[in-house]
Ligand binder design. Sequence first.
Ligand SMILES: [Zn+2]
Length: 229
Amino acid sequence: MRHEGVLRCLHFDKRTVDFAAHMRRNDGDPVALDETARALHAALAVVRGHFLYESGHHGDLWLDLNRLFVDAPRMRGWSAELARRTQGCRAEVVCGPLIGGALLAQFVAGELGAEFVFAERSAPEADGLHYRLPQSLRRSVKARRVLLVDDAVNAGSAWRSTLAELDECGAQLVGLATLVTLGDAARRCAAQRSVPLHALATLEHGLWAPDDCPLCKLGRPLTYESIRD
Ligand SMILES: [Zn+2]
């Protein structure tokens, strides 16, 4: 997930809400947060507003993801937990989209003793945004077992684009992993690909097509436009 817009987003709407009220484990239990989820709770700021995501969806939540990476030992701990949970995937290569996904993927690859590659966003094309592996890295994933990692997955546009690129490179996807999912796009993506999804925590939030957005119907102005998701 790319999130350069986060700080500007916070500038527009500094109101944050209690993370715990929106935190869910993968089993949907809002009460029994595990230690890892508690650590995420302490680290993340949840921003409520009316956002236009880069995928074109409207939503009511954004996260300050940049702060997660400041405390490198703490991030290493979360990466180790993700690596522990994804060991069964037997990944040979871990791939993450720049920026946050790649930062996390490199940590996870180190924990797994796997190789690491990243995908970078190409210039906007007629059919939307695309994430591509640098030419010199494409052969590193061909016919290899690849785990795709992102720091957070919202509508999943970066994830799906990177998946399409991995397919084009001949990679064998063996799993998806993330710190936080927002809504159920990540789960649907994993189900479509018949691979396991490993997420340390899930946040519930509203995500709508613009025509169905209740915040638009209420006449609420957009808090921040074109947030990358
Ligand atoms: Zn809207």
